[in-house]
Design a protein around this ligand. Sequence first.
Ligand SMILES: [Zn+2]
Length: 324
Amino acid sequence: MSPTAPYPWLESTWRQLLGRMAADRMPHALLLTGPGGIGKLALAEALAGAALCTEPGPQGDPCGRCPSCRLHHAGTHPDQVRLTIPEDKTQILVDQIRELAGTMGLSRSMGAHRVAVLWPADAMNVNAANSLLKTLEEPPEYTLLILVTAEPSRLPATIRSRCQIVSVPLPGETDTRAWLAAQGVAAADMDVLLCMARGAPLTARALAEEGAAEHWRALVRDLAELSAGRRGIVELAEHWKGQETERLIRWIQIALWESARQALAGQTGDTRIKDLQPLAKALDLGRAFPLQDRLAEWRRLARTTVNPQLLLEDVFADLAPGRP
Ligand SMILES: [Zn+2]
């Protein structure tokens, strides 16, 4: 029995990539893209394992038993590098890339390749990206570099053009629902979680585990009250400022987008998420869509040192009635 993909919806991408590896048509650099929360990093890891295996099957499957496979599973393979943002930093830095280039240039110690998994690739600063470019231009033999990002447009075009891009698709809704149900996600929360996660199964599961559906329902109720003029801006900002601000604004973005969509589709009866109905009724549609751009800007601001209370007051003020 050959090893399967890390998640069921990744199976066809996984098989395609293994096939390329078996046919010796794997490029030196791959760029795995696709929405967040669908398992791109797990796929990159599995692929790294397949590239390291010294006794792969005819379809490219890693054997799971050779010393190289064992070390990969233990996370201690000397020919594998995992590179991400350092804990106390917000970017991937040039020194990390230089070190990576040095390691990739060494000869293999025991694996079939030297492999590096780098994520999120869009977190490289300009110097780091320039430094990586040199490695991409002259890749050492028997190396595989796997870059992972949900936002490929934030990478320099010069990097993208030197990688083979693999777009990992969002799984179909039926498959996602079946998987989430098997993971123990309550049917009553399914619609809300899928909406919050924009259909990404791993995000939806993580949200379920932290009981986020309840928070979201409370937020939507408050937004409806605010839009109807029954709640105050300062009071709401006070109440919600303890939440992680950027995520809260993203939830507001999704709630407004979905309610507006639901309000527009109201006549056709497409009101799947009942919790959104009061907000859909209270919402000024003329403002709901243009607001998305401002919410995106506020999310950017939320990543800075701005005061959360003041930021949320601005956000809520735009939703209160009587604003232009
Ligand atoms: Zn093996």
